[in-house]
Design a binder for this molecule. Structure first.
Ligand SMILES: *Cc1c(COP(=O)(O)O)cnc(C)c1O
Length: 435
């Protein structure tokens, strides 16, 4: 599979070049230039197929010529000691839990694969420096995935006071390969720094700079795998239309679902489940995208004003606007409906949802009611561990969720290696002093 910029059909580059360069020259983001038809695989994979098996089968055929089945199974085994979990709640609804990774968030799936695949692609003495803007638990997700990987150095940039849970023994000055740097500024300043360093060609070429933010297509592509996994788990029962409901902030998860559809997964549509920050819905319905002011909600990962994957989504719409309008359905769920959904999921099915997953659950309910046929099976993506939002869960359901042992470290506070102004020179200096 080749990749191209959202801004032009040519040049096209390999997967390896796209993940290692991260951003195409000029502007834009990398997107697949053409997609392989994977339908033959769905015929023989079934509910007994494990997640690493699926990845090891699907990845080499998507990345034809770049990745043999042996490498792919090595990567799958090394990336995933956690799996998605599909639970069929009734004839019309299933839950795909994606929060079993090291930080309890679905993002672990894309991050883990990217880290393992970079190590594999560079195994013949290659090296790369992965500079990423992080907040919340994404820093830990990256540190876990990259720690100890041969040839890779992972630089984490974050606004003051926002990172917890890192393990100092993995930091570069202590013999590890993780470099956490605190930036005097906001998250957007960190993200701008990443782009600047990738575009500073002398520096980027000296260190082979790339990023593990979702600007890197190597984070989005592997997220398509869990959609395929969900499909092979439900296909036996499927008599009706299949819909996925996806809690959407930066729209990386939804884009990955669209990739799975492009690979030939038989799906009838995706619900783009948003909270009160739903300006993007107007764009999805064919209007212009006009960002609204930010509204703070009880599902903060969806409080996004300017989705970073806008360009990628827009390129789908440019190619086939009418098809897309029948494929992606926006829904907006307010805080009250989110809590109601948490209560319903608990009462009716005995499952506890975090508020982000509840937004998708509520949107699925809403959609089912508007459907004339009523024969839709919806797979709701549960993106966050309910224990991470224990207070809201308690308020909505009366239930107490314990934080699993492995997530306890997320609360540990850590000192960064350096504190810098948001300037490329300052960052380059701080990195150089650690190497
Ligand atoms: C990041 C995140 C989302 C949003 O995913 P996008 O790919 O940005 O749309 C949803 N739920 C949780 C728990 C998240 O951490």
């Amino acid at each position: 599979m080749q990749f191209r910029s959202t801004k032009s059909q040519k040049p096209q580059v390999s997967f390896k070049d796209a993940v290692l360069r991260c951003l195409p020259p000029g502007e834009g983001l990398y997107v697949p230039a053409s997609v392989p038809d994977m339908r033959q695989f769905f015929l023989y994979m079934d509910e007994k197929t494990t997640y690493p098996e699926l990845v090891a089968t699907v990845a080499p055929s998507i990345l034809q010529g770049e990745f043999n089945p042996f490498s792919a199974s090595m990567v799958a085994e090394s990336a995933f000691d956690f799996e998605p979990e599909l639970k069929r709640l009734d004839d019309n609804i299933s839950l795909l839990s994606l929060y079993n990774g090291p930080t309890g968030v679905f993002k672990d799936f894309g991050v883990a694969f990217l880290a393992a695949v970079l190590e594999e692609l560079l195994k013949n003495n290659g090296n790369a420096m992965i500079i990423s803007a992080v907040r919340g638990d994404t820093g830990v997700s990256l540190a876990r995935a990259f720690s100890g990987r041969k040839g890779l150095t992972s630089v984490l940039l974050y606004p003051s006071g926002t990172i917890r849970g890192l393990d100092p023994s993995t930091f570069a000055p202590n013999g590890g390969n993780i470099i956490p740097i605190q930036v005097r500024g906001a998250f957007d300043d960190c993200q701008a720094l990443v782009t600047k360093l990738i575009n500073d060609r002398p520096f980027a070429e000296r260190y082979n700079v790339t990023s593990a933010n979702t600007i890197n297509p190597g984070r989005l592509l592997p997220q398509a795998f869990y959609y395929l996994y969900a499909f092979i788990k439900v296909k036996k029962y499927l008599k009706e239309d299949l819909i996925f409901s996806v809690p959407s902030g930066n729209f990386g998860n939804l884009i990955s679902g669209l990739y799975a559809w492009k690979f030939g997964m038989p799906v009838n549509g995706f619900i783009a489940a948003m909270n009160a920050n739903n300006a993007f819905g107007e764009f999805i319905c064919g209007g212009k995208f006009v960002p609204h002011p930010l509204i703070a909600t009880n599902s903060p990962a969806l409080d996004i004003v300017q989705p970073s994957n806008y360009e990628r989504l827009a390129s789908f719409y440019q190619e086939a606007p009418a098809v897309m309008r029948n494929m992606v359905f926006p829904a907006a769920i307010n805080d009250k409906s989110t809590e109601t959904a948490m209560k319903q999921a608990w009462k009716e099915y005995g499952v506890l949802l975090d508020p982000h997953s509840a937004v998708a659950f509520a949107a699925a309910r809403l959609f089912a009611r508007t459907e004339e046929s009523g024969y839709t099976h919806t797979i709701v993506l549960a993106t966050g561990h309910p224990a991470k939002e224990a207070e809201i869960v308690k308020k909505a359901t009366g239930q107490t969720v314990e934080l699993p042992e492995k997530l306890h470290v997320l609360n540990r506070s850590v000192e960064p290696i350096a504190l810098i102004d948001p300037e490329p020179e300052a960052l380059e200096g701080a990195i150089a002093s650690c190497l």
